[in-house]
Design a protein around this ligand. Structure first.
Ligand code: ZN
Length: 355
């Protein structure tokens, strides 16, 4: 198993300003570090360097996405607006997407990084890949930045792969704690992209992600939302993987599986209220690895989305990437023994038997 991996220092230079969690400072909100800061991401790389996992992975070089790549989904007016603000003193993509000078180019590298991971897998240079990019992508809509996302990294990479690699059928399994509204919008009428989002019910955005949003036109049935109640834990996620994801992917028969991977369903996350630990992240990764082996010759790409606990995120990411690479580093997550025995690990799946 060869696993491609990369991050890039410039990703950590994308500046989201000072905030109270995500709300801009000012008025009654004392300035603090924005929740979407580089720290949780940088510490993933640091932990992987310390354990030696980094040495087992195949480096993949990111490149800039082109304007033509972005125009497959985003509007010219949106790109011009972001570029203009980025060339000045920065701005906001529209909804909770603040950024500093130069972020347009960093976002091009973020999208280009996911595209490079696609190329590495589809050219058979690696078996699977993890793109640790920033800013994230799954909330970005065609003419609107949302939820810290500027460009829709996974959707744009799928649209490009159709042109460059002739890929048709792609399954998206997004387990970030927030709804993948941007990816959903990109493929809502498309029968050849199965988009599954497992998220906390109405965490963000507040007005999307309902179970009734299941595609339209020729895409009807190819969009699946699984809104889980706050407090869902290991049993709920494993049940969803078994009863929804595995069944849907076997029926769909993808040529490639893409996982927009957020760690904000972790027990210590400031922006989510779910109960996962690295143990569960490892388990759900194992499931998609098995599905990729069974359905699409192991072709599997992970791209980084959210995750805001600098302490816990590195251990969850390490477990996912260890699993992808079938690594023998096998470190012990010092937090797992606390979080694995909390109540949400068992409570929810029994009451959600509809899944
Ligand atoms: Zn998220």
């Amino acid at each position: 198993m060869k696993t491609g991996f990369f991050s890039y220092e410039k990703y950590f230079w994308h500046y989201t300003g000072h905030a109270g969690l995500w709300l801009p400072s000012g008025g009654l909100i004392q300035p603090d570090e924005h929740a979407e800061s580089p720290e949780s991401k940088r510490r993933i790389v640091n932990l992987m360097a310390v354990t030696g996992l980094l040495d087992e992975l195949v480096p993949v070089a990111p490149s800039f996405a082109t304007e033509a790549d972005l125009l497959r989904f985003h509007t010219q007016a949106y790109l011009s607006r972001i570029k203009s603000m980025s060339d000045g003193r920065g701005g906001d993509g529209s909804v909770t997407t603040s950024f500093g000078p130069g972020s347009y180019e960093i976002a091009l590298l973020s999208t280009g990084g996911v595209m490079a991971a696609f190329d590495a897998v589809l050219d058979d240079r690696v078996t699977n890949a993890y793109a640790l990019v920033r800013p994230p992508g799954h909330h970005a809509e065609s003419n609107l930045g949302k939820g810290f996302c500027l460009f829709s990294n996974a959707a744009l990479s799928i649209l490009r792969a159709r042109v460059t690699h002739g890929i048709e059928r792609v399954a998206v399994v997004d387990w970030d704690v927030h709804h993948d509204n941007g990816t959903q919008q990109a493929f809502y009428n498309d029968p050849n992209v199965l988009s599954i989002s497992i998220h906390q019910d109405r965490c963000f955005p507040l007005d999307s992600g309902g179970i009734e949003e299941n595609g339209q036109g020729r895409g009807l049935g190819a969009n699946i939302n699984v809104p889980l109640p706050p407090g869902s834990g290991r049993a709920a996620y494993l049940t969803v993987m078994d009863r929804v994801v595995s069944k849907a992917l076997r029926k769909f028969q993808p040529e490639l599986i893409v996982v927009p991977c957020g760690f904000d369903a972790g027990s210590a996350d400031p922006l989510g209220r779910m109960m996962l630990s690295s143990t569960t992240y490892r388990a759900v990764t194992k499931t998609v690895l098995e599905l990729a082996s069974e359905l699409c010759e192991d072709r599997l790409v992970f791209c980084h989305e959210g995750g805001y606990s600098p302490a816990l995120v590195p251990f969850c990411a390490h477990a996912v990437i260890e699993e992808l690479a079938q690594s023998s580093t096998c470190i012990t997550d010092p937090y797992a023994s606390f979080f694995d025995v909390q109540g949400g690990a068992r409570l929810v799946s029994a009451s959600r038997s509809g899944y």
